[in-house]
Design a protein around this ligand. Structure first.
Ligand code: MRU
Length: 364
């Protein structure tokens, strides 16, 4: 474990971005997000089991960040494997990482691309295979940041000067390899002089909004206010929200979008109050093999996350909670999907097919 401050000094918020994933001293380090905003602790992930556990307990979280961490997890997992055992070990590590979290499709997306790299190089022995996977993982890492910046450029065009923008959960640098998806779009909008203020939903039960998005916006110098999740309707009814931008964990072929629990509630209220509701996500979050939101697997997490808070019981000891980690927003409630290849508009079946055809595959 280590503690250090990662923000780059820069003049504009866009220049101040950072990555929660680092490859340094020939090893993988992840910023432990369970300890934010109180402490900045970095976890050294020297075994794939440590990477898997970090994903499972949300030390690293957010769909793109999970994908990039898993890519490095393959490298960590294959190192030192006798060449004759590579095949078996790859399947073991793949399975270990793939089964950590079910909803974020970027996890399988990254691991399946890692498999292709593995298959191309495994005949060259362990050292060459691991070197090829590491080069590919580095490529994925920097491509994700680049993708987010493109998304920011497309998305910022949607804002009007003075906009008060609401976001849910954390879809910032912390949830990606850097810069963020929804927060990246908001950052670009702020840099363009359009976003005046951000409403940050606290995001029960694990507070990704009030702990993480607020921490990021504070570092970036973007004005914000934290609100309870249940304030969203009141804010919109008082015309205090001009636009909403959220991230995504998986987008089905018809545009239905899974994101952090509570996103659907925000979208329904946005429709009622005619506030444009946007999803910002890279094309790697689109799953063309999932036809509609009904088929998206929704992670159910421990009851304790709801009934206890920081180790303190906030419900009677006998209480059991229903803890869906995500919900699905139907495509008809989404005004546009901001991707690195442009802002997709309805009908999403067509615009998504077209976007996937135009998206660039990372090399490896
Ligand atoms: O459970 P989490 O914290 O991993 O959930 C994260 C989200 O729901 C994000 O909005 C989503 O992954 C997009 S991150 C760019």
């Amino acid at each position: 474990m280590s503690e250090k401050n990662e923000t780059n000094p820069g003049s504009s918020p866009s220049e101040k971005t950072f990555s929660p994933i680092e490859w340094r001293d020939d090893g993988l380090w992840l910023l432990d997000q369970t300890q934010l905003p109180g402490r900045e602790v970095w976890l050294e992930c020297d075994r794939p089991e440590v990477v898997a556990e970090a994903i499972r307990r949300l030390s690293v979280r957010g769909a793109p960040a999970i994908g990039v961490s898993a890519a490095y997890g393959l490298v960590v997992g294959l190192r030192g494997t006798p060449s004759e055992d590579l095949e078996r070990r790859f399947e073991e590590v793949y399975e270990l990482l793939a089964t950590t979290r079910p909803t974020a499709v970027n996890l399988r997306w990254a691991l399946d691309r890692g498999r292709r790299v593995f298959e191309r190089h495994r005949g060259e022995g362990t050292e060459a295979t691991v070197a090829a996977l590491l080069e590919w993982a580095h490529g994925l890492h920097s491509a994700d940041v680049e993708t987010n910046r493109r998304m920011g450029a497309h998305g910022s065009a949607l804002f009007h000067p003075g906009d008060r923008v609401l976001t849910h959960c954390n879809a910032g640098a912390l949830a990606t390899a850097g810069y963020g998806t929804a927060v990246g779009v908001i950052t670009a909008g702020f840099d363009a002089g359009k976003v005046a203020q951000v409403w940050v939903d606290e995001t029960r039960p694990l507070l990704q909004g009030s702990r993480l998005t607020a921490w990021e916006l504070d570092r970036l110098g973007i004005p914000f206010r934290v609100v309870t999740d249940s304030s969203v309707g009141a804010l919109m009814s008082r015309e205090m929200v001009d636009r909403i931008v959220v991230g995504a964990d998986r987008i089905a072929a018809n545009g239905d979008t899974a994101n952090k629990i509570g996103t659907y509630t925000v979208a329904v209220l946005a429709a009622r109050h005619r506030v444009p509701f946007y999803v910002a996500a890279p094309t790697s979050t689109i799953d063309p093999d999932t036809a509609t939101g009904n088929e998206i697997p929704i992670e159910v997490r421990d009851s304790d996350e709801v009934t206890r808070f920081h180790g303190v019981e906030v419900s009677p000891a006998a209480a059991e909670a229903q803890n869906f980690a995500f919900d699905v927003t139907p495509h008809e409630l989404i005004a546009g999907i901001i991707t690195e290849v442009g802002v997709l508009e309805p009908p999403y079946v067509d615009s998504i097919r077209d976007a996937l055809g135009r998206a660039q595959e990372p090399t490896g």
